[in-house]
Design a binder for this molecule. Structure first.
Ligand SMILES: [Zn+2]
Length: 266
C-alpha cells in the first residue's frame, strides 16, 4: 500500500498531537488496523469536521509514503454515527471497552474482513439498544474466535473427556480451556463454571453478533461467562484495559442503583 488510498474505517482512538494535529487509530476493511496523522485537525474543523472521534464510521482518504509508520489523513466523510453511545453512559462504557479490546488484540496492517464486520455489527446492535451483557460476551468470544485465540470449551484439555453436563467445570486461562474434576490438579486460579455457562460461551464463539439479541442469557450465566472472559482476556493481554476498569465501576454503580430501587419500591 503506497500512494493515495481509500478505506472504510471505524475510529478506535483519537489523541491530540502537538498544537493542531491528531493521531488517529482506525480499523479498516481494506487494510486492517491503521494509524494516521491528521494535520491541522484541531485548528481547522473544515476538512475533518468532527469525524475523527471514536465510534465514527467513515470513508477515509489517506496518503501512504513508503517506510512511514503513520499515514497522512486527507479526508474523512461520515457514513454512520452511533448516537446513543454519546448519551448513554453504560453503552459508551461497553463500546469503549470493545474498541480498546480490538485495538489491543490486533496488529497494524493485518487485514481481517471478519473482524471489521464484527466491529460494525456490534456497534449497530449496541446503538439499537440490544442487551449489553449478552452482546459483550458475544463480541469477546467472536473476536477471540476470529483471531484464533478462543479457548477450548468442548472437552477437558487434559483427558479429552466431554463434560457430563451436570457437574461443575473448571476453567483455566493458563491452559486456555476447561478441565474436569479429575484433571483440575493444583492450579489455584481456576474458575468454577456451570456446564450451562460454558455452553453459552461455545454458542457465542460461533454465532454472528447481530443474532446475540435472540439469545436470552439468564443473569447467573451472564455473571459466570463474565468471570471466565475477564480472567481469560486479562491473561491473554497481560494487563487490565483502562476502559475495563471504567466499565466495571459503571456496572457496580448500576447494580447499586438497582438494589436501591428494589429496596425502596412499594
Ligand atoms: Zn480431564
Amino acid at each position: 500500500m503506497t500512494g493515495h488510498c481509500a478505506a472504510l474505517a471505524v475510529v478506535l482512538s483519537s489523541i491530540d498531537y502537538g498544537e493542531s494535529d491528531k493521531i488517529v487509530t482506525f480499523y479498516t476493511l481494506e487494510f486492517g488496523k491503521l494509524k494516521g496523522i491528521a494535520k491541522g485537525a484541531k485548528r481547522s474543523k473544515k476538512r475533518f469536521v468532527n469525524n475523527l472521534e471514536p465510534f465514527s464510521y467513515i470513508k477515509l482518504l489517506f496518503f501512504q509514503k513508503p517506510g512511514r509508520d503513520l499515514v497522512m489523513l486527507e479526508q474523512a466523510d461520515i457514513i454512520g454515527r452511533f448516537d446513543s453511545l454519546l448519551t448513554d453512559i453504560d453503552r459508551l462504557a461497553f463500546g469503549s471497552y470493545c474498541l480498546e479490546l480490538l485495538n489491543e488484540m490486533t496488529p497494524e496492517g493485518q487485514i481481517n474482513q471478519k473482524a471489521f464486520e464484527l466491529l460494525l455489527k456490534f456497534l449497530v446492535m449496541l446503538d439499537q439498544g440490544a442487551n449489553i451483557r449478552t452482546l459483550v460476551v458475544f463480541f469477546e468470544m467472536r473476536l477471540l474466535s476470529i483471531l484464533g485465540y478462543h479457548p477450548h470449551l468442548d472437552m477437558c484439555v487434559v483427558c479429552k473427556k466431554i463434560p457430563d453436563g451436570v457437574n461443575k467445570i473448571f476453567f483455566s486461562s493458563a491452559k486456555s480451556g476447561i478441565l474436569c474434576f479429575n484433571c483440575r490438579g493444583q492450579e489455584k486460579s481456576l474458575i468454577l463454571a456451570s456446564p450451562g455457562a460454558i455452553k453459552f460461551l461455545m454458542l457465542a464463539a460461533k454465532t454472528d453478533v447481530d443474532k446475540a439479541d435472540r439469545i436470552a442469557m439468564p443473569d447467573w450465566a451472564a455473571e459466570e461467562c463474565k468471570k471466565v472472559m475477564d480472567d481469560f482476556l486479562r491473561y491473554q493481554l497481560g494487563k487490565e484495559l483502562k476502559s475495563k476498569r471504567f466499565l466495571d465501576k459503571i456496572q457496580a454503580m448500576g447494580e447499586g442503583q438497582e438494589a436501591i430501587g428494589r429496596t425502596y419500591s412499594p
